[in-house]
Design a protein around this ligand. Structure first.
Ligand code: MCN
Length: 827
């Protein structure tokens, strides 16, 4: 069921009838974020704010080589420095490691040692941990750790890794392949492609990028002598997985470890995997019985944490003369760096890419081969969007290329291929079942809005000198991957479900405990909105407890746009159970039937009888303090626990961007941006708008600016924010957002997730806009980011000086390859 469009920021309208709720519900209201006051007044508590008496500070000695054998380590000079308490090597720790596992024959696991032992596999890999009384002494001492290196030939990228005779980053690998999967191998595909009237062959690439949270990785570990427990405060999205990682790496029982996430200054997927440094610090705290703090600096963050999105797609797509796609074959290579990240493994990008490449388009025949390629670079993590920014870019470029070849309007080519109204639920060639969405409506509306609002997009005066273009991206975002979906990946640790505990205290205030772990998404507000509606209380009466493994049932944290559907769904279920308890208590006291009791405005009342009312706080007081007034089955607390484990649900959106290109300087400027998005029932439109806008900013950065570069010898070249360009307000423009609301039947609240959508659509929309602007010059690009130097070189008919060193092997400013009638390669 699709509602009408609602402009961002408009007052909340009453919901459709399926919600069964009275008007004025909290769900759907733009409630100001409860957490903002704390943050704005400087009362947030981040890991870096934590301090303990007698605390030691950690620093890591790191490899200066991308690949080398370690033939000896001498820590004596470091230990001799005043203020240094310890210097630990892999041997001192007993060579602990993390190993992420996938139960697939095509997968080769890697051991990621907490500290490298006899070999290093990327520049920045830690080899020793130094502990000192202040962070400066620790850093100075780390530089005194004396290592005997025997450098090895580095594997700096996919081409080098796959070259014949290439050195293997890990023993036991072939072709440096950590995973090699062929999926949906339709035997008819080759024949269909051979007979197709139009075949588009193209190569698409996206650069390696950094998640760049404001707060890097950080932890404070301490040993609790009384409870004999290792307590790790850590900036993470996934406290329980960190606990499992610590327990597995250090051989401890899970209850011997408590992981607490304080406020987290951004994660973006970088913190949904488990870092080796944090476990090494925890081990040091356990061994020394001293609190130990480690705060990653920006250089470490850029070189030694986790990257993402470095992918190459080699694609053959057959189209009919009517613009309908007939077949799609893709070879997808992901440069995943030196190790598999725990617990997701290096397969997360290729698996996602192969499975979801068809996206919202109906493709009769499909084959995908996906490889995770090991290189001597920092490992990768599931950075926001996980392959979907890339695969959407591939499909949206293919639609444009086919349209150009066939002389059909590119939006019509999309319309002919996309899953249309009346076709839901749709099971794709990839076996995925798409629940109802508004693919067609969002494109139609975006096109209308572009006509209305982009018309005067180019500032007067500049117009003549600049080339202007508009680009679209249509896509869906699978969200809330539950166990039924995640189990298909065959991870040894299969995420999916989550559990919530809702407990009302004697004053009628409510504590909700969840295994999800918000870190900027406003969960304290949106979870409260959901629970408030169930219990008839104000969201201010509800407190969310998250990010503590001793408080919450095992949960899977916050990533994959899962929290509001899965965690919020569990909270909704648990709150409904507590609501039933309240109704029964009220019914007993008011001598009515529980079915006649409604909870609203902080009271329980008999429907239609305003005098028969009891405040919720009074009910809570009686349940806790006057148990004798109640029958046995209503005694002893108001609380309930519930879990939720859905198959997943698809939100969708259409993005449109307008850019101008300065042919003199190659500068690309974003002028207009609009999003028509559908994430089902919107719990809080203000928060959703913030998520969309932030995601778009990240996607625009990926399209225009961001790339982690490595030199040909494997040395990192993006080590500061002078070298790694992130978008600022100056590079962005306001984002106009419109919501459609197609409720999900797989969600307790009707909501679909949306936390990655902004990032997923923006690179494709911006790239299509750039190519639209450059169309008169016969130039197009199939990679991101598109840099001014490449634009200039392409316009001058030359080749821009960008090579594999940038992680962008072979791009050289070239545009689309052969078979692109109407779209000419740039070189
Ligand atoms: N929401 C809503 N109505 C909906 C859907 C969502 O009001 N129909 C709200 C939710 O209540 C929640 C927020 O929007 O407050 C995002 O919800 P959801 O889509 O469930 O995503 P998650 O909360 O699971 O967040 C994960 C997602 C991911 S995968 C990345 S990466 C990401 C992102 O969120 N990283 C972020 N947004 C981020 N925002 C900040 N500030 N920092 C990050 O690191």
């Amino acid at each position: 069921m699709t509602g009408g469009p609602r402009e961002a920021g408009q007052a909340h309208r009453p919901r459709e009838a399926w919600l069964n709720g009275p008007a004025g519900r909290w769900v759907g209201a733009a409630v100001p974020r409860k957490e903002d006051r704390r943050m704005l007044l400087g009362r947030g508590r981040f890991t870096g704010d934590l301090t303990r008496a007698g605390m030691l500070h950690a620093a890591f000695a790191r490899s200066p080589f991308p690949a080398a054998e370690v033939t000896g380590i001498d820590t004596s000079a470091a230990l001799a420095l005043p203020g240094v308490a310890a210097a630990l090597t892999a041997a001192d720790l007993g060579h602990p490691y993390l190993m992420a596992m996938l139960e697939r024959d095509e997968f080769t696991p890697t051991r990621m040692p907490l500290l490298a032992g006899d070999q290093v596999r990327f520049a920045g890999e830690p080899v020793a941990l130094v502990l000192a009384h202040d962070p400066y002494a620790a850093q100075d001492a780390a530089e005194l750790v004396d290592v005997d290196w025997r450098p090895l030939q580095a594997i700096p990228g996919i081409d080098a890794a796959q070259g014949s005779g290439a050195r293997q980053v890990h023993g036991g690998l072939s072709g440096n392949c950590l995973v090699d999967l062929t999926m949906f191998d339709d035997p008819k595909l080759t024949g269909i492609l051979a007979a197709a009237p139009v075949v588009i062959d193209a190569v698409f690439r996206s650069a390696r990028v950094a998640a760049l949270p404001l707060e890097g990785r950080a932890c404070l570990a301490e040993w609790d002598e009384r409870d004999q427990q290792l307590v790790l405060h850590v900036s993470t999205q996934v406290p329980h997985q960190v606990r499992s990682g610590v327990a597995q790496a250090l051989g401890l029982p899970e209850h011997g470890v408590r992981v607490i996430a304080p406020d987290v200054g951004g994660g973006f997927g970088l913190k949904c995997v488990v870092g080796r440094e944090e476990i090494a610090v925890a081990d040091a705290a356990r061994r020394l019985r001293r609190p130990v703090s480690w705060i990653e600096d920006r250089q470490e963050n850029l070189t030694a944490s986790f990257h993402g999105h470095e992918q190459r797609y080699q694609v053959h797509a057959g189209f009919g003369r009517d613009g309908r796609i007939l077949a799609l074959a893709a070879e997808i290579d992901c440069d995943v760096g030196a190790y598999s990240a725990f617990p997701f493994t290096s397969a997360v990008e290729p698996l996602m890419a192969c499975t979801e490449l068809p996206g919202i388009y109906k493709i009769p025949a499909y084959r995908a081969r996906g490889r995770a390629v090991a290189t001597n670079k920092a490992p990768t993590a599931p950075y926001r969007g996980v392959s979907r920014p890339q695969l959407v870019l591939v499909m949206e470029r293919l639609m444009e290329k086919a349209a150009a070849e066939l002389g059909i309007d590119a939006l019509d080519v999309r319309r002919r291929n996309m899953i249309g109204p009346g076709e839901f639920p749709y099971t794709g060639v990839n076996g995925i079942s798409y629940d109802e969405g508004s693919y067609r409506e969002s494109l139609d509306l975006a096109q209308r809005q572009v006509k209305e609002t982009f018309l005067n997009g180019t500032p007067a005066g500049e117009a003549a000198a600049l080339m202007a273009g508009v680009g679209y991206a249509c896509f869906s975002e699978r969200t809330a991957y539950g166990t039924p979906t995640m189990s298909q990946r065959r991870m040894a640790m299969t995420p999916g479900y989550d559990t919530a505990l809702v407990r009302m205290d004697p004053s009628g205030e409510v504590i909700v405990t969840t295994g999800t772990c918000g870190h900027g998404q406003g969960h304290e507000t949106t979870f409260a909105q959901i629970v408030a509606d169930r219990l008839g209380v104000h969201p201010e009466q509800i407190r969310l407890r998250q990010g503590d493994t001793d408080l919450a049932s095992y949960g899977w944290g916050t990533w994959g746009s899962r929290s509001i559907v899965i965690g919020g769904g569990a909270a909704d279920r648990a709150a409904a159970l507590v609501g039933n308890q309240l109704r029964q208590v009220a019914a007993h006291l008011l001598e009515a039937s529980p079915d006649d009791i409604e909870l609203a405005g902080g009271s329980a009342r008999v429907r239609g009888d305003d005098r028969a009312t009891l405040p919720v706080g009074e009910l809570a007081r009686i349940v806790h303090f006057q148990t004798h007034r109640l029958p046995a089955e209503l005694r002893y607390g108001l609380e309930a626990r519930a879990s939720f484990d859905p198959p997943g649900t698809f939100s969708n959106a259409c993005h449109a961007a307008m850019v101008t290109v300065d042919p003199g300087t190659g500068e690309i400027r974003l002028r207009r941006y609009l999003v028509v998005e559908d994430c089902g029932v919107v719990i809080n439109p203000m928060i959703v708008d913030g998520q969309v806008t932030g995601g778009v900013a990240q996607g625009v950065g990926a399209a225009l600016l961001e790339r982690i570069c490595y030199a040909e010898d494997g040395q990192p070249a993006s080590t500061t924010l002078m070298d790694y360009l992130a978008p600022t307000a100056a590079e962005l423009c306001p984002v106009q957002i419109t919501h459609l609301e197609t409720a999900s039947e797989f969600s307790e609240t009707g909501a679909k997730g949306m936390g990655e959508g902004g990032m997923i659509g923006a690179p494709a929309a911006v790239l299509n806009a750039i190519n639209d602007a450059l169309r008169p010059a016969g130039i197009s690009f199939d990679h991101i980011p598109v840099l001014p130097a490449e634009v200039c070189a392409a316009l001058a008919g030359g080749v821009a000086p960008v090579g594999e060193a940038g992680g962008l092997g072979g791009l050289g400013g070239r545009g689309g390859r052969g078979g692109l009638g109407g779209e000419k390669g740039a070189a």
